[in-house]
Write a protein that binds this ligand. Sequence first.
Ligand code: NZQ
Ligand code: ZN
Length: 389
Amino acid sequence: MYSFCFHVPTRIWFGKDTVSHLSEMRQSGTKALLVYGGGSIKRSGLYDRVLAVLSDAGISVTELAGVEPNPRIETVRKGVQLCRDGRIDMVLAVGGGSTIDCAKVVAAGAKYDGDAWDLVLDGSKIQAALPIYTVLTLSATGSEMDKFAVISDMTKNEKWGTAADCLKPTMSVLDPTLTYTVSKKQTAAGTADMMSHTMENYFTRETGADVQQGFAEVILRTAIKYGPIALAQPDNYDARANLMWAASHAINGLVSEGSANAWCIHPMEHELSAFYDITHGQGLAILTPAWMEYVLSDNTKGMFAKFGRNVFGIDPLHQEDDLAVAKKGIAALRTFFFETMEMPANLRAVGITEKSKFDIMAEKAAKGSVGSYVPLTKNDIKAIYEKAF
Ligand code: NZQ
Ligand code: ZN
């Protein structure tokens, strides 16, 4: 286990009706930028509830509405302008990861003397941000408790993640009942996303980090247990609550600090989204088993066998050899994503019907994944895209 600093300053209010705690935003001032997506919060009534709490607390609101899934830099720029014009004190994101990510870069852009895209390309330029508050409505990205934000410029087919400690939210409201209205598609994609964050950290060359490995296995087993329950019973509180808490811990440093290598599935998926605007979690689900099969070897079979045994409960008596258990573990993941969670199983199924961009996508993803569990060249990544096609 290598040395690390672990610091999550986000105050979490978890449970039913915790939206009332937004009154605590008063500690950061009286003028908020309310950031939200395409309207799900209006349909659910959450928008009215949030406005009522803020009004009672004496907080005035300026709105940035219409944040896109795979949020665009143009929307971030609009938000920055609103913050500057309105002398805004803090941002409040109400929605999924896209809304929160957009709000984070708006918060940093408001404190930056230049174009917000600079901050997406280079996180070291993020020196300060307005206080960030969130009300999470979709369990997936972990943005509610982490330092990352992912923004796209579709005019250039670019989608990049940035990070800074000051992007960690001041406070996040996690009310599982707010996720009852999430569609089957997004519930499955969110489950795949939290699992991918965990697996990106779990498959590592680092040894001796038993605590992190154990946390990762619990998160994976939780997602595997409750993802299907949430699909079948969207208003099952325990399913939604466990998925929500698992997602927050998958990427807040708990399973990565001291243990993880660079990620590789995410850089590969971000290229799919950048060129084809697909749903992040669906892309991850398609790529992950293809990557596992591609990198399975004598060097990696022990790690994949551990995954099969400890996550899927294969070979409980340790009677089979590692390669056989590794293959069964990967097959179990395929079954979970593509049958149990009813997700699209290949790139064609999400509308990617030609391979002409694989070359440029692989080149960019190879740069983004330097230092991952198994080093991948551009040609390796192209082969994984082909396998996933
Ligand atoms: O826009 P609205 O109308 O709110 O609808 C959204 C959107 O259409 C809908 N939705 C959200 N909550 C809902 C709901 N519908 C009904 N009921 C609710 N309670 O779901 C759709 C997808 O929302 P989105 O925010 O795009 O999903 P997600 O949370 O999966 O975020 C995906 C984005 O986060 C990035 C991804 O790349 C992608 O851009 N990521 C961010 C990370 C981070 N900040 O740490 C890490 C991740 O790896 C990821 O890259
Ligand atoms: Zn992700």
